[in-house]
Design a protein around this ligand. Structure first.
Ligand SMILES: [Zn+2]
Length: 401
């Protein structure tokens, strides 16, 4: 249990702590329950809840009678009190979402591709997409906390500048935070896509149990989001999570690094399609071909089944090796390619993680699919803004003091 403090100097911490508890209880919480859970005095709690109500973040939602005494008033989050925009810059498709304070996606859209655009035109296009989606959501721009941008690394997290993501050549050396901030007039946060995915998944975990976890993000590239003790692990420069060169199959395809069977190259969509004897042609979009591969495997086609089985084994080996290093409770799988393959790969990965002789884990690791789904990186990017408004972490209390 995270406890509050009755000192006035930590008012902000108390406010975020109480708001976070209310958010995690969709059925509502009474002041008595909040007092019991936070250790805050009735007077402090009354001040905190009044401030939250004044800001429109919580509302009174009916009364409950439990035992003798006055009926208790339930306090609930007003999910439509604030919003955040999330953008995922991805080699295959750029996604944009608006989420409410509960993290629910209100509107989802794709940003049209502009293959020959200059960096300034790209930033303008994202700015225009923000304008459009806020309008489509039918919300006041004043209630938008800001824009979170998830992108593959590497980037200068502190400066908000994308450096030279190999899969996003057009975005090289673009200062997304500054330039998009200037275009939209909103605060902009930039996060590595795999870390954003981990943040999004934790946001949806209202039980607050997802504290030590890995998120294997499988999209155009592959990476690992990590959370330890309830906080995302970003590393010193915001670029943590690269696992593309973990060797998972000594007989696998040759990687540009000189090794064989690195995870990245071994589960790259084009490589899987080649192993299945499918030529996706020059089109950048392999999605229809992957869908066909899955359909073939489900019909019992032996070659398609073997390719996907092997992909599942390769993913499982990477998870076991990284879990030996980190010793987490839970492994979440997600990202746009995973969402397409999950139906046929999910069981293989879970079974192999459980049975891999290399595993040093002394307990069963939970392996599951993302609760957020295909938009997880964009949603996670938006949740970064909500996180700032919300999440009560001891580190924030230290700042408040
Ligand atoms: Zn490699």
């Amino acid at each position: 249990m995270r406890t509050g403090s009755n000192l006035p100097a930590v008012g902000e911490y108390n406010q975020t702590l109480v708001l976070d508890l209310i958010r995690r209880s969709p059925e509502g919480l009474s002041r008595v329950e909040l007092s019991a859970r936070t250790g805050l005095s009735a007077q402090t709690l009354s001040n905190v809840t009044r401030r939250l109500a004044d800001e429109g973040l919580i509302v009174e939602a009916g009364k409950v009678i439990s035992g003798p005494g006055k009926p208790r008033t339930l306090l609930k989050l007003d999910p439509r009190s604030r919003f955040a925009v999330g953008v995922h810059l991805d080699p295959v498709v750029d996604t944009i979402v608006v989420v409410d304070m509960a993290g629910e996606v209100i509107v989802h859209d794709e940003i049209p591709r502009a293959p020959h655009a200059t960096p300034a035109e790209l930033v303008d296009a994202v700015g225009a997409a923000v304008d459009t989606i806020v309008e489509r959501a039918g919300i006041s721009r004043d209630l938008v906390l800001g824009v979170g941008v998830a992108a593959p690394g590497p980037f200068d997290a502190r400066g908000g500048r994308l450096l030279d993501p190999p899969l996003l050549p057009q975005w090289h050396n673009v200062n997304v935070r500054e330039d998009l901030g200037a275009v939209t007039g909103l605060p902009v946060l930039v996060e590595k896509d795999v870390t954003a995915a981990m943040v999004g998944e934790m946001w949806f975990d209202r039980s607050d149990r997802l504290t030590d976890a890995m998120f294997l993000y499988y999209g155009a590239g592959v990476g690992l989001g990590v959370a330890i003790a309830g906080a995302p692990v970003r590393g010193r420069t915001g670029n943590a999570g690269g696992i593309a060169h973990v060797v998972v199959d000594p007989d696998g395809p040759r990687c540009e690094c000189g090794s064989r069977g690195c995870l990245g190259v071994s589960i790259e969509p084009r490589v899987l399609l080649a192993e299945a004897g499918v030529d996706p042609g020059d089109a950048g979009d392999t999605r229809p071909h992957l869908d066909r591969l899955v359909a073939d495997a489900r019909r019992g086609d032996p070659r398609a089944m073997a390719v996907l089985e092997r992909a599942g084994e390769r993913i499982a080996r990477a998870l076991v090796v990284t879990n030996n290093l980190l010793d987490v409770d839970e492994v979440v799988l997600g990202g746009p390619v995973w969402e397409r393959l999950a139906e046929v790969l999910g069981d293989t990965v879970a079974a192999r993680v459980a049975s891999d002789p290399v595993s040093t884990s002394t307990r069963a690791i939970v392996v599951r699919r993302s609760l957020v789904g295909v938009d997880v990186a964009a949603v996670g990017a938006a949740c970064l803004l909500l996180d700032g408004a919300f999440a009560a972490r001891p580190a924030r209390m230290m700042i408040a003091l």
